[in-house]
Design a binder for this molecule. Structure first.
Ligand SMILES: NC(=O)c1ccc[n+]([C@@H]2O[C@H](COP(=O)([O-])OP(=O)(O)OC[C@H]3O[C@@H](n4cnc5c(N)ncnc54)[C@H](OP(=O)(O)O)[C@@H]3O)[C@@H](O)[C@H]2O)c1
Length: 304
């Protein structure tokens, strides 16, 4: 098969489109024929790109751990899927990713694709969808009627956080640069705070939950707008200040089939959509990484 691989530690310049062995799915895996994949721009800096879970060198390594495709093989001992099922999901960071014609994925990391999304949209959803879900509900404990501030609402993750929070019946205060205001409102935000013009602590009162995707000084100051009993959740870095009488949380997203099923249902029934900023052919993966690092908004998707 053709795959994009990196042979030694370094940046995206080392990504090469080349012949590689088609992976053999282990018990519990399925083999997926990749139609689209997506990636995190800094995943080449992570230890999991270079070693397996036992710390052994696993180069050459295939990046891009979000996949949408068609099941092409189901080994004996794997259950839940059949050949030709259309699936999407977030794959194990410590194994080869989906920048390839085929990827072997643990079946428990996949779900059936939403009917209403194409492969490109479905590949853009797993990481940001699961991150938004886990931050709002698992770590933030969001319930209907609460008020949530979403920092970076125009970004890949923030745009899903706004949609999920609004759908859950929360009052949503979106923040970011002024250019993100229209998108945030279209996605369901009640209010937008332009961080280039206003300080968050001057613009809003006490809220139940802050979901931060930006970090730094904004994250530190946001502890002050969380009411007692509320939560400050960041996906960027651990919050340096804990809200008075409240909680602070930082987490790293995990694969989760049940949550993917719920995200797929929301895509089909409530119009949940990821923001796809650009699409590149698999052979141009290095350029796709470079383009995302130059600041393309939303997710950049690779098409196999
Ligand atoms: N912990 C986890 O599991 C997890 C999961 C997913 C992502 N992440 C991390 O979370 C961060 C966000 O990811 P993402 O994919 O959502 O990124 P993204 O698509 O680049 O979104 C970030 C958003 O925040 C805005 N922003 C950044 N700095 C700002 C500032 N100083 N003032 C106002 N707006 C600002 C950006 O606007 P501009 O584009 O105009 O700058 C953009 O709209 C990344 O660092 C990523 O690695 C962590």
């Amino acid at each position: 098969m053709k795959a994009v691989r990196i042979h030694s530690k370094g940046g995206h310049e080392g990504l090469v489109h080349e012949d590689a062995p088609t992976p053999t799915p282990a018990t519990g895996d399925v083999l997926v024929e990749v139609r689209a994949a997506s990636f995190v721009p800094d995943e080449l800096d992570w230890g999991s790109t270079w070693t397996d879970r036992a710390g052994r060198d696993r180069t050459p390594s295939v990046p891009a751990h979000e996949v949408a495709g068609v099941v092409s093989e189901v080994p004996v001992g794997t259950s839940g899927f059949a050949v030709n099922d259309r699936v999407f999901g977030l794959t194990d960071w410590h194994r080869d990713g989906a920048a390839a014609e085929f990827v072997a994925v643990e079946a428990r990391s996949l779900a059936r694709m939403p009917e209403s999304l194409d492969f490109t949209q479905a590949a853009a959803l797993p990481l940001i969808g699961l991150t938004a879900w886990q931050g709002l509900f698992d770590h933030g404990g969001l319930t209907a009627g609460q008020t949530v501030v979403v920092h970076g609402a125009g970004g890949g993750t923030g745009s899903i956080v706004v949609q999920l929070a609004a759908h859950a019946g929360a009052r949503v205060i979106a923040t970011g640069r002024g250019k993100a205001a229209d998108l945030a409102r279209q996605l369901g935000a009640d209010t937008f705070v332009d961080l280039e013009k206003e300080r968050i602590e001057d613009a809003v009162g006490q809220v139940d939950l802050v979901f931060d995707t930006i970090g730094g000084d904004l994250l530190a100051r946001s502890a002050g707008i969380v009411r007692p009993g509320g939560v400050l959740v960041s996906i960027y870095e651990p919050p340096p200040v804990v809200p008075e009488g409240g909680r602070a949380a930082f987490f790293v997203v995990e694969p989760n089939r049940e949550q993917l099923v719920q995200l797929a249902e929301l895509a089909d029934t409530a119009g949940l959509r990821p923001h796809v900023g650009a699409v590149y052919p698999l052979a141009d993966t290095a350029e796709a990484f470079a383009a995302k690092q130059r600041g393309i908004p939303g997710k950049v998707v690779l098409q196999a």
